[in-house]
Design a binder for this molecule. Sequence first.
Ligand code: TXA
Ligand code: MG
Length: 339
Amino acid sequence: MAVPIIKKAVETLQAGGLVALPTETVYGLGADAANPEAVSKIFAAKGRPADHPLIVHLADVASIAQWAEDVPQAAWDLGAAFWPGPLTMILKKQPWVPLAVTGGQDTVGLRVPAHPLMLELLAAFAAVRTPAAAGIAAPSANRFGRVSPTTAAHVREELGDKVSIVLDGGPCTVGIESTIVDFSRGVPEILRPGAISPDDIACVIGVSPHVRGRAEGEVPVPRVSGSLAAHYAPLTPLRQVGSGALAEEVARLVRAGGRVAVLAYSGSAPLGANPVLHWQTMTPEPVAYARELYANLRALDALGAEVILVEEVPSATNWQAVADRLNRAAAGSGTSYGK
Ligand code: TXA
Ligand code: MG
């Protein structure tokens, strides 16, 4: 027997309502993926353009077959290896899958998330949904273009009364959005880097996936909203500064009288209290850094500083997903983008 909050969440989904839910990556804003009217409420709540496709969350690997067709063996293998987990696969959709959820495309994004409460919700929803195609469409539960929420409190800050149920599953353990791998166009291609790396994928499928945006002359694809150059962005202007130049740049801005927020992982704050300087130290390791990133960006953004200076992260491949989010945050910051 499901706990009362899960029961209430299932009833809300069945009635075409929205439920905010925890995953291991970031919190999502969920609706019944097979109900186009319910799905349209997600776009309205987020202020998200209707042609941006949503990820459908599933209870288990076997459910892929209900939602996708012509599924390559490599996709089954990745599902077996990494699900439940922070990996989304783009596959050719079954004809019945509503275009509302795929942004009008003939492909669908699928993922089995690794969060106990979310898995409980998915299983409880699958047990009652008729016809039996239980998937929860859920983008990150932030307003379009803004920093993704990694706690239930962030979701309430972002969406307030636009969502009646927020399932509180504690802070997200991964902290940045899933890796997206596209199988719909032959060679598997990574559209968004995440905790599961190209090497992790290559180890399972035996070929290195193409990484979108790396080849010369490629531009980010607008159909993947997380790949827009400006995304995940605070309102305060955010600028990245190399480790060697950080101390000097901070000193210069403080001398000029500005209020400065700093996100740094290598150096420590200058000694002595300084009312115009807020220094946030990050863990110098990419997995922990990712877990802490959005909560810290959100907190620094709330200070009303003139600028958020972020120490550039290493160029090593294990920092790639974090570097991607910081680049997009910098590109979208300080503007009304996505407001
Ligand atoms: O970790 C995550 O993936 C989180 C949690 C809640 O699961 N979800 C998430 O959703 O980040 P969202 O909507 O913020 O980002 C999903 C990305 C978007 O960039 C979207 O364009 C892309 O996935 N996407 C979904 N379906 C797609 C499709 N059929 N083709 C191409 N891109 C797709
Ligand atoms: Mg998002």
